[in-house]
Design a protein around this ligand. Structure first.
Ligand code: CO8
Length: 258
């Protein structure tokens, strides 16, 4: 499928998805959400890490498209919110790591998109925030869920109730992003991190992601048991044999993801 709003580039086993709607600072409309869903549902199985970013140097994603949302009624609003939430959940549960390279404004749905990714890094000009209450709505693409989980309930409530924007240094301090880089270095640093992840055993990385995601909602005893079972599963893979043999032989394993 030819995408109107997505640019996709591939470097070895790392793919970069760039959201591109420059006239609205990459704001997410229904067409973009549909294209993202199609892309995620048809991800190339050779891809081991996905980087998500926004087109240009000003904005990652400046939110959901306010012009599209302005005339929605209750049912349409629920449907639009559910569509975004579904697409973002697909990112969160994708079988490979997803890195958000936040290159500017990540507001509203943009901040929510970044939070659905596994890891967030950003440029020094990035701005984060959930300004929805200033528009008469609440975060609707799972922001009330993920922001509180990422930065704690008190900070999430302050940010969501005030709707204030936050600079990259504060985002780093509260743990919303893992690292801040000069704008000119961001994509190179994202690729370095992705390449490092992509060199590891793909099934082990997948199981680790599944563990961290699924165990979050379990009681400790259940979570520990879940991890033990997933740990056991690793020993049914060829990559475990290859990885450990390579260590013993002082070599480097070429993982096949099987
Ligand atoms: N939606 C639609 N258009 C947008 C958006 C947006 N979110 N953000 C920017 N644009 C458009 C502007 O309207 C403008 O278009 P035009 O040239 O036609 O007037 C163009 O992008 C450039 O923007 P600005 O001129 O405003 O650029 P500035 O540099 O002056 O300001 C800002 C940049 C600060 C990012 C500013 O554009 C802004 O505040 N944007 C809106 C940010 C926002 O409030 N985002 C949250 C939206 S709500 C949301 O995301 C809810 C998610 C859950 C939805 C659940 C649905 C039920």
């Amino acid at each position: 499928m030819e995408y109107q709003f997505l640019k996709i580039t591939t470097h070895e086993t790392v793919q970069t998805l760039t959201i591109s709607a420059p006239q609205s600072l990459n704001a997410l409309n229904s067409k973009i959400l549909n294209e993202m869903e199609h892309f995620l549902d048809n991800l190339d199985p050779q891809v081991r890490v996905l980087i998500v970013t926004g087109d240009g140097e000003k904005s990652f994603v400046a939110g959901a498209d306010i012009k599209e949302m302005a005339e929605l009624n209750e049912e349409q609003g629920r449907e639009f919110g559910a569509r975004g939430a579904r697409v973002f959940r697909k990112i969160e549960t994708l079988s490979i790591p997803v890195i958000a390279a936040v290159n500017g404004f990540a507001l509203g749905g943009g901040c929510e998109l970044a939070m659905a990714c596994d890891v967030r890094i950003c440029s020094d000009n990035a701005r984060f925030g959930q300004p929805e209450v200033g528009l008469g709505i609440i975060p609707g693409f799972s922001g009330t869920v993920r922001l509180a989980r990422l930065v704690g309930m008190g900070m999430a409530k302050e940010l969501i109730f005030s709707g204030r924007n936050m600079k990259s240094d504060e985002a780093l301090r509260i743990g919303l992003v893992n690292a801040v880089y000069p704008q000119s270095e961001l994509m190179e640093r994202a690729m370095e991190l992705a390449t490092r992840m992509a060199a590891n055993a793909p099934l082990a990385v997948r199981y680790a992601k599944q563990c961290i995601n699924d165990e979050y909602d379990l009681a400790a005893a259940e979570a520990i048991d879940y991890e033990s079972r997933m740990f056991g599963r690793c020993f049914a893979t060829n990559d475990q044999k290859a990885g450990m043999q390579a260590f013993i032989n002082k070599g480097k394993a070429q993982f096949k993801g099987e």
